[in-house]
Design a protein around this ligand. Structure first.
Ligand code: GRF
Length: 201
């Protein structure tokens, strides 16, 4: 399974997947490209440190989101990508790119979906006053943070939590959940039927 990872920032989730592949925890997978829309994303440095091609694709060089995503699709195809991972990628993705990787594009979101979609999910959870939150790994559909759920992990929201303290608690679980989900995909253990993902034995 050739994996490409789309990133915009620090890349801890990317790192967790690199580590799982390098340690043999995920067998039969290779990250063939890390693609960033931000030139200075630390995720690109992480890729370089592990001899993975890092590509900066500058949105400013394209006249529209469609043109940019067509460019991304050509990079994905050149790299013979089987699976696309969104790992802290902050741009909305056009429907055509999502359709090209139907059930082969995965995202991680720092809440228990369908609660708290969009940006600042941890802040939304703190403000709402929920007692539990967590993270969701899901297949990507055109609706933002809306596709079939692969797995979720739960953390408590504690008295006095801020966006930062809750985000840190959730991030620990994200960095476990994402490699787990990728492993299931690579092993062919995810069956998708409409909204429902079943994990095969
Ligand atoms: C994570 O909280 C992820 O859920 C969200 O963006 C953050 C990315 O963190 N989509 P990192 O770049 O993987 O460290």
């Amino acid at each position: 399974t050739n994996i490409s990872v789309l990133v915009s920032g620090r890349g801890t989730n990317l790192q967790s997947i690199i580590d799982a592949i390098e340690s043999g925890g995920i067998a039969g997978a290779k990250i063939t490209a890390v693609i960033s829309d931000k030139k200075d994303a630390y995720a690109l440095t992480r890729a370089e440190n592990h001899k993975i091609p890092g590509i900066f694709a500058d949105p400013k060089s394209f006249s529209s989101r469609q043109a940019y995503d067509d460019h991304l699709l050509s990079i994905l195809q050149e790299n013979k990508t089987d699976l696309v991972l969104l790992a802290g990628y902050l741009r909305i993705i056009s429907d055509s790119l999502i359709a090209a990787y139907e059930n082969r594009m995965i995202n991680i979101h720092p809440s228990l979906l369908p609660s708290f979609r969009g940006l600042h999910a941890q802040q939304q959870a703190v403000e709402y006053g929920v007692k539990f939150s967590g993270c969701t790994v899901h297949f990507v559909e055109p609706a933002l943070d809306g596709g079939p759920v692969i797995l979720q992990k739960v953390v408590p929201v504690l008295d006095g939590d801020t966006e930062e303290t809750l985000a840190a608690r959730i991030l620990v679980e994200e960095n476990k959940a994402y490699p787990e989900a990728v492993k299931l995909f690579v092993e062919g253990k995810l069956k998708v039927d409409g909204r429902i993902v079943t994990i095969l034995e």
